[in-house]
Design a protein around this ligand. Sequence first.
Ligand SMILES: C[S@@+](CC[C@H](N)C(=O)[O-])C[C@H]1O[C@@H](n2cnc3c(N)ncnc32)[C@H](O)[C@@H]1O
Length: 278
Amino acid sequence: MSEGNRMTDRTIRTVDDVLRLLDGLFAPEADRWTAGGAAWWDDFYTDRSQPVPFFADKPDENLVAYLDRRGDGPGRALDLGCGPGRNALHLAARGWEVDAVDLSPVAIAWAEERAREAGADVRFHRGDAFALAGTELTGPYDLVYDSGCFHHLPPHRRVSYLALLDDVLAPGGHFGLTCFAAGGMGSEEPDAALYRQSRLHGGLAYTPGSLRWIFSDLEEVELRRMRDEPPGSACFGEPFLHTALFARPRPAGHARPGPPAVPGGPDDRPPAPAVTDG
Ligand SMILES: C[S@@+](CC[C@H](N)C(=O)[O-])C[C@H]1O[C@@H](n2cnc3c(N)ncnc32)[C@H](O)[C@@H]1O
């Protein structure tokens, strides 16, 4: 090969090349977000008798509250990192057309088993949501829902996450999230320190301010701590998590009324008192 055509160790040309390089800065055992992390999750889901709160087949309390107050009827939903499928199954039971994706074949097998038992119709996809977006996961979705996947991503994969939302979330659609709350659970190390340590410490904690900033292209509908649901409740709820609901703005000229304001949410607060000099 002539010197002019020889490949070198120069591996970065595109944003995807940068993202893959940054993936590789983390220790292999820290990986919970690429195809290489599937084995870790498979192992995690193999023993179903573990006392893991989200192993119970109950939907998130905030998802149920959103569906209860939603003005529009059911639409198309995507459950990102669906695990054993508890939220996807609830959406299907309420008439939604649901795609649900997870890295872990063991989680998907468990979710499919639950769907068969419930007679629920959910399209499950095994694999990396970022790789499947635009091929198997085409959208547009009226709801993209994520319970516990986002906080396992390294900081640079927020770029992929926002691109995924941009690709698949319908204008006027909603994005619902539950993730570790700073002060509740998860690592509060700054982003740069995580790369120096090559670890994610089991998941990242987020403040309300960080979530607002990261998802600032969307409109905030609600952002609060998750309610603490007692063991006998029909819903899942743990106060060490934040729940957030955002709406994707419609293009100018296509405005339609959104869902009713969340009690105490940003659209339901009394106007701030006027600031006067002296
Ligand atoms: C904490 S579990 C939550 C499972 C489920 N949402 C629940 O609440 O019951 C996080 C899930 O995200 C999945 N996950 C992480 N990265 C992913 C990716 N890039 N694509 C698809 N799934 C992913 C994992 O396999 C894991 O099942």
